[in-house]
Design a protein around this ligand. Structure first.
Ligand SMILES: Cc1cc2nc3c(=O)[nH]c(=O)nc-3n(C[C@H](O)[C@H](O)[C@H](O)COP(=O)(O)OP(=O)(O)OC[C@H]3O[C@@H](n4cnc5c(N)ncnc54)[C@H](O)[C@@H]3O)c2cc1C
Length: 396
């Protein structure tokens, strides 16, 4: 069976690696750049790996599966792809997301410490915590090295015979035929199965998903500390409330990368149409969105960032992944909408994608992904305009 995986980012590369290990499969991967490039959804040096679920109780099955799948990937590559730092999840006592995280940690049996406001202040003096703050220290949480993970997985796939076509954008898929035809820069090619895993660009190949999936531009900002040793002991963190944001210290503990949540991302219906380099009013607007973090939460960081980058991500209405066959051709599997948390589960998604390609079924029941309730509505699918995400709190 000849299979094409289109888009070799966080997800596609894991699917390709799994396919390459399956006998009887001729696996081809296409990327418009190359595996591990920094400018799609998987760039920016770091990703949080946390072991708890903040919203959807059924998601814990995927988290559990991912823990094993990451160990398999690290063992097969003999590489440390996640730095074992621990991760702080925090919010306010009584917040639904903190309750959900606490419940899922207990259910999954992952090690954690429950930290009240005074413990939080003592342990992490870099962060200003409110009176009713409550935190969970995810002891086995980690910081993923995203570009390295994709690159290392590509190497594993190559070793198992996968053919990786770099700088090979796919511009169309013809689903009317069996086998399926895809248009490469050098002409049409045919495949028995096709996986579309182009992240925020997926809707360009399968436009019908626009009623379910939107694209956003995300800004990451890197700040140093006023004091050069400020980040000693600084935790990778995810703050759910009162305003959502996250921070990841650099590996040398000289800076922190900060990011915001869905409601603060740049709205667009087309991942190729928004500016990626921030300038003028766009830059001022983005800087403004981050100002409260220095003022209210991290007083020891520099006033302005020393590095700013933008990335692209796809979001479903439920904020849970979109993994479904094409409605007109079941030989095309669409895997997108990883909604800002896809990296931590990516090796597990790779296993599931491979099973779906081969047999149309996966051993992990993922029907809950389709049943989950929406947390925002899509008002204009072409422009990507939505209502606010009701689970995530704004910073403005
Ligand atoms: C700023 C930011 C912070 C995040 N933080 C976290 C985190 O802390 N923890 C976590 O778990 N997740 C996090 N995520 C989410 C995670 O990184 C994404 O869910 C994940 O990268 C999505 O994977 P993907 O394969 O769908 O898309 P991508 O990783 O974007 O890969 C898509 C690939 O498709 C290629 N492509 C696009 N169009 C074509 C085409 N026509 N032909 C060929 N190739 C094409 C692109 O070049 C790219 O390589 C974050 C995302 C962002 C953007």
């Amino acid at each position: 069976m000849k299979v094409a995986v289109i888009g070799l980012g966080a997800i596609g590369i894991q699917v390709l690696w799994q396919l390459s290990q399956t006998s009887g499969i001729e696996a081809h991967g296409f990327d418009r750049a190359y595996p591990g490039h920094p400018s799609a959804g998987a760039g920016g040096e770091s990703r949080l790996y946390w072991n708890m679920e903040l919203v959807e109780p059924n998601y814990t099955a995927l988290i559990d599966r991912a823990a094993t799948a990451w160990r398999k990937l690290e063992s097969a590559s003999n590489q440390v792809l996640r730095d074992p730092t621990g991760v702080l999840i925090y919010g306010r006592e009584g917040d639904a997301q903190i309750q959900c995280a606490y419940k899922s940690a207990r259910e999954l049996g992952v090690p954690y410490e429950l930290l009240g406001a005074s413990r939080l202040r003592k342990q992490f003096p870099h962060i200003l915590f409110g009176q009713n703050s409550l935190g969970l220290w995810d002891t086995t949480g980690a910081v993923i090295r995203p570009e390295r993970t994709v690159e290392v997985t590509a190497e594993l796939a190559r070793r198992h015979g996968a053919r990786i076509h770099e700088f090979s954008p796919i511009s169309r898929i013809d689903v009317s035929d069996d086998p399926v035809r895809i248009l490469t820069a050098t002409g049409w090619q045919v495949f028995d199965r096709v996986v579309v895993s182009c992240g925020g660009w997926s809707s360009k190949l399968v436009p019908y998903i626009r009623s379910e999936v939107v694209t956003r531009r995300l800004t990451s900002m890197w700040f140093s500390g006023y004091d050069d040793n400020h980040f000693t002991g600084f935790p990778p963190f995810l703050r759910c409330a009162p305003h959502y944001c996250y921070g990841i210290p650099s590996r040398d503990r000289r800076s922190v990368k900060l990011g915001l949540g869905f409601n603060n991302h740049y709205v667009s219906g087309d991942a190729d149409r928004f500016p990626r380099q921030l300038e003028g009013d766009d830059l001022i607007r983005e800087l403004k969105k981050f100002e409260w973090i220095q003022q209210e939460m991290l007083p020891g960081i520099s006033r302005r960032p020393y590095r700013i980058d933008t990335f692209v991500e796809s979001y479903t209405r439920s904020m849970l992944e979109y993994i479904r066959p094409h409605p007109q051709n079941a030989n095309v599997l669409v895997m997108t909408g990883f909604s800002g948390h896809g990296f931590r589960v990516s090796p597990a998604i790779g296993e599931i994608g491979c099973q779906l390609v081969i047999s149309g079924k996966s051993d992990l029941d993922i029907r809950f992904l389709e049943r989950a309730s929406p947390v925002f509505s899509i008002l204009d699918p072409e422009q990507g305009i939505t209502t606010e995400n009701s689970v995530m709190t704004n910073c403005e």
